[in-house]
Ligand binder design. Structure first.
Ligand code: ADP
Ligand code: MG
Ligand code: MG
Length: 209
């Protein structure tokens, strides 16, 4: 489809919730190695709450869906990732506005603003080895592919997210709990980068269906 409706976006978030539930133990193991071992449970709890809220209070715009998911994540996830994903989706909601559906141009703006929100909330930059590196890679690839239509944009974003998550493995973390490890944060996958890659994969799978 060339446009993403509220129903489509609700389905993408339901898919992301299932992906997080399926990979909860992996995400938690990765966070046990470089953090406090709660990323899988944090995001699983948050996304369950978000999907429950979407079922209870159906939204008729993509902006409404992003807003509800963002608010639920902020209120149910205590960790850094709740604030970061929450901020990203609240910024996405603002960029989506009252539009009935999102086309490639709007999706590019939505992803750009969400990514900026993570940088501001996390006080992070590219190269810090956080989820932000994955969002930035996805956002940059989406902007470059925007002229090719929404499915191509989402496929490009997902491919770039996967490449970024792999590329950063040898890096040293400079933000978040992993940064406390200094050099020992090298050669580990970043939990938030992995969950972000899952999210972009869900958008690409929707576009491909
Ligand atoms: P917490 O670290 O509070 O336990 P989580 O374990 O749920 O939260 O999430 C950890 C992930 O959040 C990290 O893998 C990283 O991607 C991301 N993260 C943490 N702090 C920052 C930050 N300051 N900027 C960007 N991303 C961050
Ligand atoms: Mg943690
Ligand atoms: Mg924690």
């Amino acid at each position: 489809a060339d446009r993403l409706s509220a129903t489509d976006l609700t389905a993408v978030f339901a898919d992301f919730q299932r992906a997080v539930e399926r990979d909860r133990d992996l995400l938690t193991e990765l966070d046990t190695a470089v953090g406090d071992g709660d990323h899988g449970t944090n995001l699983d709890r948050g996304m369950r709450a978000a999907v429950e809220a979407l079922a209870a209070i159906p939204q008729d715009t993509p902006g409404g869906v992003f807003n509800l998911v963002g608010r639920r994540l902020v209120s149910t996830v205590g960790g850094a990732s709740g604030a970061l994903y929450g901020t990203a989706f609240l910024r996405a909601a603002r960029a989506a506005g009252a539009a009935e559906a999102l086309d490639a141009a709007t999706c590019t703006a939505v992803l750009r603003d969400a990514t900026t929100g993570i940088a501001e909330r996390g006080k992070c930059a590219t190269g810090d080895k956080t989820m932000y590196d994955v969002w930035m890679a996805a956002s940059t690839a989406a902007a470059a592919a925007a002229g090719d239509g929404l499915p191509a944009l989402l496929a490009a974003a997902s491919t770039a997210a996967g490449a970024a998550e792999q590329e950063m493995v040898p890096w040293q973390a400079r933000r978040g709990r992993a940064s406390y490890l200094g050099e020992r944060s090298k050669d580990h996958r970043d939990p938030g980068a992995v969950s972000s890659r899952l999210l972009f994969g869900c958008f690409a799978a929707w576009a491909d269906a």
